[in-house]
Design a protein around this ligand. Structure first.
Ligand code: SF4
Length: 365
């Protein structure tokens, strides 16, 4: 009998090397903090500053732009405040948010983090991962986004690891996602669970042989070629993400395509059709594949931050071409107008069903 062929291991096309790493005293004492330090040393990151206490120094540059770039090139290893320990619901993706970091080294000009994270955009890696994983049993069966729902109850209690970071962008430096995948795959859970992560990176080699137990759904955030080229700086490009998706699907992971943010750019039908066909070609037959569709939106706060970060951006953020959506607490979001939304939605629902017949469309927003 011949052994099954091991999935092809793609070479990562983009690996971030921080120019500066700040480590607080408490973080250096935690087991995960120590593992991250060992990993940083192993990959040759030497600009590591061990701080005498738990306060991060202020990151000043000569001007705002220099300060922004310095922050984007900085990683901090810290223990988050206790308020972060209580996990929060994160609709429509998952029952709970499970953060391993906050911040991201990439430069997407529409970045979801703009306006939602305060302070300079450094990537803060949480050093208390082991303690957080130890609390998760208490959340099983308690969610309301997927747990107990007719449409998505089969996913079990879901935990989303990509709300405030791109976990694969920093995996070579932290190993945090692997640690989570192994815990979800091997722990004796009191009920069904699923870890969810989404990424614009392709560094999946370290994940392929982990005992994932089918309990982690790895999704790849993908987009039309022109959106990727113009707006998604310092990420792995979409074809590389699709190769990574192919490899993890072949390694037995449930996979997903997060098509986001959908934009009605010139030639959008052709470009998104090409993308859907690319996904179909990447995913081996019989894979467990889901699709999530998120249209582009912005808030007054995110627009201000993004224009500050990327002043020459060509990203359309014109309130007069949008409809305002108000949240429960008076928050404002600018989304596409009803007719545009209906046109996009009808097209995507039809084409996803036709081009990816085995996939489940989880939601449209
Ligand atoms: S990959 Fe995600 S988190 Fe990172 S810059 Fe792009 S949108 Fe922001």
């Amino acid at each position: 009998m011949t052994a099954p062929a091991l999935p092809e291991t793609p070479t990562p096309s983009r690996l971030w090397t921080p120019k500066r790493v700040l480590v607080t005293r408490s973080a250096a004492e935690r087991p995960h903090g120590q593992r991250v330090l060992a990993r940083l040393e192993a990959v040759g990151v030497d600009a590591i500053e061990l701080l005498p206490g738990d306060r991060l120094p202020s990151l000043r540059g000569d001007d705002d732009r220099a300060a922004f770039m310095a922050a984007k090139d900085t990683m901090a290893l810290v223990v988050p405040p206790p308020s972060k320990r209580e996990l929060q619901p994160i609709p429509p993706s998952a029952d709970f948010r499970l953060d391993l970091a906050e911040g991201c080294p990439a430069h997407c000009q529409y970045c979801y983090l703009a306006g939602s994270l305060g302070g300079p955009p450094i990537t803060r890696v949480w050093a208390d991962l082991d303690e957080v994983l130890g609390t998760l049993d208490g959340y099983v069966g308690r969610g309301a986004v997927t747990s107990g729902t007719l449409e998505r109850g089969g996913e079990g209690t879901t935990f989303e690891a990509s709300c405030y970071t791109d976990p694969l962008a920093i995996e070579h430096l932290t190993g945090g996602l692997s640690r989570m995948v192994e815990h979800f795959g091997t722990h004796a859970w009191p009920g069904p669970v699923q870890l969810r992560a989404t990424t614009k990176f392709d560094d999946v080699a370290g994940l392929l042989t982990l005992p994932h137990g089918g309990r982690t759904r790895l999704r790849f955030s993908v987009n039309a070629t022109s959106v990727d080229r113009r707006f998604e700086g310092a990420t792995a490009k979409v074809p590389a993400r699709l190769r990574a998706m192919s490899a993890v699907a072949a390694a037995g992971y449930p996979v997903g395509a997060t098509i986001a943010p959908i934009m009605p750019v010139e030639g959008w039908r052709e470009q998104y059709a090409e993308l859907l066909d690319g996904i179909a070609a990447a995913v081996p037959a019989g894979s467990d594949l889901t699709v999530e569709c998120i249209t582009h939106r912005f808030t007054p706060g995110s627009k201000e931050t993004l224009l500050d970060w990327y002043p020459r951006t060509k990203l359309e953020m014109d309130e007069s071409r949008r409809t305002t959506k108000r949240g429960k607490f008076g928050s404002v979001k600018h989304v596409y107008r009803k007719e545009t939304m209906a046109e996009l939605r009808t097209w995507f629902e039809r084409e996803v069903a036709e081009r990816l017949p085995g996939a489940r469309l989880l939601y449209w927003t």
